[in-house]
Design a protein around this ligand. Structure first.
Ligand SMILES: C[S@@+](CC[C@H](N)C(=O)[O-])C[C@H]1O[C@@H](n2cnc3c(N)ncnc32)[C@H](O)[C@@H]1O
Ligand code: SF4
Length: 385
């Protein structure tokens, strides 16, 4: 019998002022006035279509991601949250995050986002070096980034994340360190520290920028920055995520723990354990904003509906859970995949023998070696084994 795990709500807002050359997210340059009201209407139709999948369940976190959600005026975020909370039970004090590009943060808006119920902001900072920001095609400079964070703090946001990237074109170790020092000065509760990757279908992939650090330098940056983050009181809990005690991102933790989530909006993905049965459903929505606006709430808006077959569940579970330093409880594996722990006994034993996983009583966690070779560890759990 499957016990449904906690349920989150992801809302995708797909527009940006300008497309960044490294970005492969479903984000589209805003040309002219955006159809804010039409899009909120489409989100609500989309949610109504998904509701039968989650009757009676409670939402434990909400995340507005993008794209650039901060392009949306607060009254539209408010309208969506009111519609959602009238249809679904919201847990008391649930985390509600809004991704923000510092180049779109206008005075006054943060108060209004707070009044709408948003209680966590995630800023796309990337770097505090103006040259690096230019090379990344960002629409803001470092002063604007600092001002945006201070505006949010003045509006009462005490829980916020800064996204930083490292291994940037032209960046050396000292520059990566300076980025962190400027981040620490703003006292975020959370830092996401990503290595820049060249993703297919991006401008950087087609024409890589000059001066990218080589693998050794990128590795040095990662190790050095990990140590600086730890010394500043940010504990690493996932590959790229660091938090002050108790300030881990509840929404992302639910993904990594193989929790359930509704995915609403253009190109959004959801994963839902179906109550009475033995099924886990993945559902995703049509990607392009214009098609989504027209089709949301109808069968045509479903880009796909797929069951996760039992043989595939160990792999999908590990893909997420082994990103976490803490790993997972075997009891959660059983409850949320519907499989007995014996189903993974052989690959678990092999991963332990190779020194990639450690096991204590009911918990399994990646070792330092395991964290270096996550792909190899996870592939042990592929169905053909
Ligand atoms: C969907 S973006 C949200 C933030 C917002 N759109 C912005 O850019 O200001 C999430 C984060 O992913 C990271 N990211 C995006 N593309 C990346 C890449 N190619 N390599 C590494 N990190 C990337 C960036 O740090 C970015 O802030
Ligand atoms: S602002 Fe964020 S989502 Fe938009 S293109 Fe840049 S990185 Fe991608």
């Amino acid at each position: 019998m499957l016990i449904p795990p906690p349920l989150s709500l992801y809302v995708h807002l797909p527009w940006c002022v300008r497309k960044c050359p490294y970005c492969d997210f479903n984000s589209h340059e805003a040309k002219g006035a955006l159809p804010f009201d039409g899009y909120v209407d489409a989100l609500i139709r989309d949610l109504d279509q998904d509701l039968p999948l989650v009757w009676g369940r409670t939402i434990h976190s909400v995340f507005f991601g993008g794209g650039t959600p901060s392009l949306f005026p607060a009254d539209r975020i408010d309208r969506f949250l009111q519609a959602a909370s009238s249809r679904l039970r919201f847990a008391p004090n649930l985390e509600i995050t809004l991704e923000t590009n510092p180049g779109t943060a206008e005075h006054g808006r943060f108060d209004q986002y707070r009044a709408a119920g948003v209680n966590r902001i995630s800023f796309g900072i990337q770097s505090f070096d103006d040259e690096c920001l230019k090379r990344l095609g960002r629409i803001h400079d470092s002063d604007q980034a600092e001002r945006a964070v201070k505006l949010a703090q003045d509006a009462g946001f005490d829980n916020f994340n800064l996204d930083l990237m490292y291994a940037l074109p032209g960046q050396d170790l000292a520059m990566a360190e300076r980025d962190l020092q400027r981040a620490f000065a703003l006292e975020p509760t959370h830092v996401s520290h990503y290595q820049l990757t060249l993703e297919p279908n991006t401008m950087f992939f087609a024409r890589p920028p000059q001066g990218l650090p080589d693998e050794d330098l990128a590795w040095d940056m990662q190790e050095h920055c990990q140590a600086l983050l730890a010394a500043a009181g940010y504990a690493q809990y996932e590959v790229s995520a660091y938090a002050r005690p108790g300030r881990e991102c509840a929404h992302n933790l639910n993904y990594w723990r193989f929790g359930d989530y509704l995915g609403i909006g253009a190109g959004a993905h959801g994963k839902i354990t179906l109550g009475a049965g033995q099924d886990i459903l993945r559902r995703w929505k049509t990607r392009h904003p214009a098609a989504y606006l027209a089709e949301a709430g109808t069968a045509a808006s479903l880009g796909g509906d797929e069951r996760i077959a039992p043989q595939r569940r160990p792999f999908e579970f590990m893909l997420n859970a082994l990103r976490l330093n803490q790993g997972f409880a075997l009891g959660d594996f059983e409850a949320w995949t519907g499989l007995p722990r014996q189903a993974i006994a052989a690959p678990l034993a092999e991963a332990r023998a190779r020194g990639w996983l450690s096991q204590t009583a009911d918990r399994v966690a990646p070792t330092e070696q395991g964290r270096r070779f996550t792909n190899d560890v996870v592939s042990l759990f592929l169905e053909q084994r």
